[in-house]
Design a protein around this ligand. Structure first.
Ligand code: CAA
Length: 258
């Protein structure tokens, strides 16, 4: 892989690092296509129960590649937007829980990448924002849709309309990130959070993620029906019998992910 590195730990945690530090990991077509291919492999990789994504160098991802976009016309820009959206949808739809470990700048397409993850943790020194308005464009990799769903329409519009870059502390207050870590403790903290989740049943985590994601995309009534359906499906698994059996026997569960 030219732009990505994937490390798989024995504890079920996968660490995907974006490696284009000379351009602050800016996203060009080749990087997005490589990411798409890599996510397809990860979706089938049973050794990865939780995925952490981070950036190499001083940025998480500083956005889509501005030099690549500058000469584009309408059709090319739309195709580029659809490529980014397809890739980030694939990330969002991964069966495994995902955590963005935001080590530095997460701007434009970089924040959109983080928004497609289930959880976001950040360095106390990270900077986040959707600066597209200042470039004469709107976001094209999902922020107009995922940001308001995450932090509310008015807060999202303020970030989108001003293009402001905000601190990690402001992002935490907005609910844009889940937790902050000291810069040199970020990766360790993200991996520890991932390892904690990876100890749970992979199959039940998958039902849980699906129930939440399908539910928030619909009405409360339909969402509750989805919850009841997956609640029932849990009882067809080995891990439900093991999890409840372990409680009744006053011991720790030994999940088999089936
Ligand atoms: N695209 C292309 N190259 C980028 C880039 C980007 N988004 N962000 C940084 N780079 C490149 C710079 O051009 C520079 O390259 P050279 O060394 O060859 O000149 C290198 O990365 C280092 O960047 P800086 O010298 O600018 O570093 P800095 O510390 O002075 O500033 C920064 C850091 C504030 C993040 C600044 O680089 C910056 O503002 N980057 C652009 C951020 C941005 O606007 N992102 C949104 C892009 S649009 C988008 O993402 C649309 C969408 O939704 C799909």
């Amino acid at each position: 892989m030219d732009f990505l590195r994937l490390d798989i730990q024995d504890n079920g945690v996968g660490l995907l690092t974006i490696e284009r530090p000379e351009a602050l990991n800016a996203l060009n077509e080749a990087l997005l296509l490589e990411l798409e291919e890599c996510l397809t492999e990860i979706s089938k990789e049973s050794r990865i129960k939780v995925l952490v994504i981070t950036g190499s160098g001083r940025a998480f991802v500083a956005g889509a590649d501005i030099a690549v976009m500058h000469p584009m016309g309408e059709e090319q820009a739309k195709v580029f937007s659809l490529l980014g959206q397809r890739t980030f949808n694939q990330l969002s739809n991964l069966p495994q829980p995902t955590i963005a470990a935001i080590n530095g700048y997460a701007l434009g397409g970089g924040l959109e990448l983080a928004l497609a993850c289930d959880l976001r943790v950040a360095s106390e020194k990270a900077k986040l924002g959707q600066p597209e308005i200042g470039l004469g464009i709107i976001p094209g990799f999902g922020a107009t849709q995922r940001l308001p769903r995450l932090i509310g329409t008015a807060r999202a519009k303020e970030l989108l309309f001003t293009g402001a870059t905000i601190s990690a502390q402001e992002a935490l207050a907005l609910g844009l990130v889940n937790r902050l870590f000291a810069p040199d403790e970020l990766l360790e903290g993200a991996l520890a959070l991932a390892a904690d989740i990876a100890q749970k049943s992979a199959v039940i985590l998958r039902y849980l993620k699906t129930a939440v994601d399908q539910g928030v995309a619909t009405s409360l009534a339909e969402g509750l029906a989805i919850e009841a359906q997956y609640f029932g499906v849990c009882f067809t698994t080995y891990d439900q019998k093991e999890g409840m059996g372990a409680f009744l026997e006053k011991r720790s569960p030994r999940f088999r992910d089936c």
